[in-house]
Design a protein around this ligand. Structure first.
Ligand SMILES: CC(C)(CO)[C@@H](O)C(=O)[O-]
Length: 438
């Protein structure tokens, strides 16, 4: 799966040239880049600014992705201060039971990390720093600490449909100097955050978007497995007035964006590389095409990723969906002028990408299949739903993607009504037993 999303290297893209050139002069060359400490990262950013950063990183959403990011940062030779934000008491109690440990298992070997600070939120939306979970709790009558202050860098690892709400809960602590790194599948989340949470462009935080392709599995709360090495492709969301591929684009980055980008790209387990916004968008769209096929087909048929490969009928559905997906992507105004788009997003190239990823993850259950079976919301609106919406804007009818989106919604609704014990009845058309047969 990871090979399909192989990024161009950071050094070749040139976008980070200005920001990394000084590193090579100080530390002697690219081979030493993983040896720097977070304080050195911070020093390079802070020396250009009057409002120095503390270097603290907050992480919200402690599913597989959140645990992987927190654990990866904690494996650095000198980890930055990390705060994990636990949005309910159930999660906090689970973390206390785990004695503040996050564990990632690779090839059956567990690597356990501690040292995370914890914040929780009360019903009024105030966030509190909790005492370290391996210490005794605060005395019963002690004053609660005040609501915690602004956040410099936030990595948000919730699923697409929860991201806007999760950011809303913490938005009073995000300023125009903060940077939010968004780690989720699917498209369209950033637009709704801007529209509904930060409508004023002058007071918006900065964003980093990602395409994440590591394979992760969950063993228990705060305990995951790293099943396949992938990459984390990162890109700051550029200032729309400056062409993303020019060197000036770099100068508009906030100190918190530069710091977080450096920190993540120099954290080895993430295998993180930075790309231009236009480069990242193309990886996002490739991943979207894969998610629009593998996820709904496996969810609807309740099968593994590999099982959609060996059936004529699945192959037909896959090809037909990809014709619509390819037509919409190739017509997107944000891709116009980029060379090679028609080839990169041709139905045949997308089909090969899907087949490649489905066979590399043949034994896996897709995230959507798991969501359906565990009665959770699915990301269908951010996959096929996004294709349908963008198609409508561009005058391209995507009837098959529309149908797939509704089949997934219908399957989820059937599960819900079965569970609620509801028997769907159309009372207007019920024939009473007292009435004569028609
Ligand atoms: C590779 C993939 C499409 C299916 O396992 C994955 O991204 C998922 O589960 O969403």
């Amino acid at each position: 799966m990871q090979s399909a999303f192989r990024p161009r290297s950071l050094w070749r893209t040139g976008i980070l040239g200005t920001c990394f050139r000084s590193r090579f002069q100080v530390y002697g060359g690219p081979n030493t880049r993983f040896i720097s400490t977070w304080k050195e990262e911070l020093h390079e950013v802070n020396h250009d600014t009057n409002a120095p950063l503390s270097g603290r990183v907050h992480i919200l959403g402690m599913g597989n992705l959140g645990c992987f990011f927190a654990h990866s940062l904690a494996t650095r030779r000198s980890p930055p201060p990390i705060t994990i934000c636990l949005h309910n008491d159930y999660l906090y109690q689970a973390f206390v039971r785990k004695r503040g440990q996050i564990s990632v298992s690779t090839h059956g070997l567990d690597d356990v990390r501690t040292g995370f600070d914890v914040e929780t939120v009360d019903e009024e939306g105030r966030w509190y720093t909790m005492p370290p979970v391996d210490n005794r709790p605060l005395p019963f009558n002690s004053e609660p600490p005040p609501d915690n202050g602004p956040i410099e860098c936030l990595i948000i690892c919730t699923k697409a449909h929860h991201t806007e709400l999760a950011i809303k809960d913490i938005s009073h602590r995000l300023t125009k100097d903060s940077t939010i790194c968004l780690v989720h599948n699917g498209m369209g989340v950033l637009d709704s955050i801007n529209q509904n949470v930060f409508p004023d462009p002058n007071n918006r935080p900065h964003y980093i978007q990602t395409v994440f392709s590591h394979g992760l599995g969950r063993n228990d709360s705060f305990k995951i497995s790293h099943l396949g090495v992938g990459t984390t492709i990162l890109s700051p969301v550029g200032n729309p007035n400056i062409p993303p591929t020019t060197p000036e684009a770099d100068h508009t980055w906030a100190p918190s964006t530069k710091y977080l980008l450096r920190l993540l790209t120099l954290t080895p387990p993430l295998v993180a590389v930075a790309d231009t916004p236009a480069g990242l968008l193309q990886y996002q769209l490739e991943k979207l095409a894969v998610n629009c096929v593998i996820n709904p087909l496996t969810a609807l048929s309740d099968c593994t990723n590999g099982e959609i490969l060996y059936s004529f009928s699945f192959t037909r559905v896959m090809r037909l969906l990809l014709f619509e997906i390819s037509a919409v992507i190739c017509a997107l105004p944000e891709l116009q002028g980029i060379p090679g788009i028609e080839d990169r997003f041709s139905p045949e190239r997308l089909r090969r990408l899907v087949v490649n990823i489905a066979s590399n993850t043949a034994k896996n259950h897709s995230s959507m299949q798991q969501d359906i079976n565990q009665r959770r919301l699915t990301e269908i609106e951010y996959f096929n739903g996004w294709i349908v919406r963008r198609g409508e804007e561009l005058g391209i009818k995507c009837a098959l993607n529309y149908m797939i989106k509704h089949l997934v919604a219908a399957k989820a609704a059937t599960h819900r009504s079965r569970e609620a014990g509801a028997i769907p009845l159309d009372l207007d058309n019920v024939i009473s037993t007292n009435e004569p047969p028609i």
